[in-house]
Design a protein around this ligand. Structure first.
Ligand code: SF4
Length: 361
């Protein structure tokens, strides 16, 4: 059904990935290296408040479906949200409380539109599939059954209005539709973005052909990234052991530019290494920004609210060849990059943001 890249030459090990990893490679290769290859991982900045909002809402909606049928009410959604509220990244307690109220409105309004008897096929459901090139996996916010088909549902909490293009062009949504279909042996062509602030639902219905195009694109990206990963391992294994002062990047400040926030209890947010939750990678990480603001995919690599920050370990300066392979891609999104403190080009390209700057006014 879905064509796959032909492999010429020797068989290659499957590239194991998530859609967030692939998107990270496309967005900025230096950030990809920081996120997935450098170990210890360079220290990230403190948590973003908009991530706290997104993760809190996602957690509450997931928990809501796990409640017994007669407790699936808007009031229960409000209680779940309040009990699991993540406070990291806000300016102060007053701002956190203000946003708790706003997010409570999101979940009560949204759950008020749901049929509590219509159990989803899955909630925060991990799906996976493989081709001859990739083994890809990830977690879907919600998987519905409508008639004879499955529907991938992704929650969004950002302020930016969504269009069907967002659903159509999402590699993650397409890959998850393919994976869900294969795992459940049930057709899955529809993908939906449920925008909590407005209650709008944006849908796209894929064809087998359009899903196949997304999968081939995923394989192409994976092939590039796998080649770069391989080169990284070769270069690093030949490089001197880290630790010598001379290998530290002179551009990297040793002192964090912002204080790390304390870990938040109760955070079950599950953003994979690069903020890969979020369901499909960005739901809980997209800044709650004014319309027209860039959707900082870079923030997908943010520490999860509730996840203790790594110590402020400056990365060793990579051999020059690696800096070419994993070149920076400076631009407006650098404002939201967790690793900008380690990236002179990114700091020059875009201003630093405060942890709560991704919230709407
Ligand atoms: S600051 Fe910008 S250029 Fe630098 S790693 Fe982050 S996203 Fe890439």
């Amino acid at each position: 059904m879905y064509d796959q890249l032909p492999l010429d030459g020797m068989p290659r090990r499957l590239y194991s990935c998530t859609p967030s990893r692939l998107n990270s490679w496309l967005d900025c290769r230096r950030r990809y290296r920081f996120t997935y290859l450098d170990r210890p991982q360079p220290a990230k900045g403190p948590a973003w408040a908009h991530n706290s909002v997104g993760a809190s809402v996602h957690n509450a909606l997931a928990a809501w479906w796990r409640e017994p049928y007669d407790r699936r009410t808007p009031l229960t959604a409000a209680v779940l949200l309040t009990n699991g509220w993540i406070t990291e990244g806000f300016r102060d307690a007053e701002q956190s409380a203000q946003w708790l109220g706003r997010a409570r409105d999101y979940v009560t309004g949204y759950t008020g539109t749901l049929d509590p008897s219509d159990d989803p096929v899955g909630v925060e459901r991990t799906v996976a599939t493989r081709t001859r090139v990739i083994a890809v996996s990830g977690r879907i916010d919600r998987l519905d059954r409508r008639g004879d088909e499955l529907v991938v549902v992704d929650y969004k909490t950002g302020r930016r209005p969504l269009t069907s293009d967002d659903a159509r062009s999402s590699l993650a949504l397409a890959v998850y539709a393919i994976a869900a279909s294969r795992m459940m042996r049930t057709p899955c062509h529809a993908v939906e973005l449920h925008h909590l602030p407005t209650g709008e639902i944006v849908e796209w219905r894929h064809t087998d052909e359009s899903l196949g195009r997304h999968l081939r694109r995923a394989e192409e990206v994976a092939t590039e990234a796998a080649t770069a990963d391989e080169r990284y391992r070769e270069v690093m294994s030949a490089a001197p052991r880290p630790g010598a002062a001379s290998r530290r990047s002179p551009a990297v400040p040793v002192t964090p530019t912002r204080p790390a926030s304390p870990a938040s209890p109760g955070s079950a947010a599950t953003v994979p290494a690069a903020g890969e939750h979020p369901g499909l990678g960005q739901a809980a990480t997209e800044p709650i920004a004014a319309a027209g603001s860039p959707g900082p995919a870079a923030s997908a690599s943010r520490s999860l609210p509730g996840t203790p920050y790594a110590p402020a370990t400056p990365p060793a300066a990579p051999p020059p060849e690696l800096d070419e392979i994993f070149a920076p891609n400076p631009g407006p999104l650098c404002s939201w990059c967790d690793f900008r403190r380690h990236c002179p080009e990114g700091r020059t390209a875009a201003p630093e943001r405060r942890p709560w700057d991704g919230l709407a006014e």
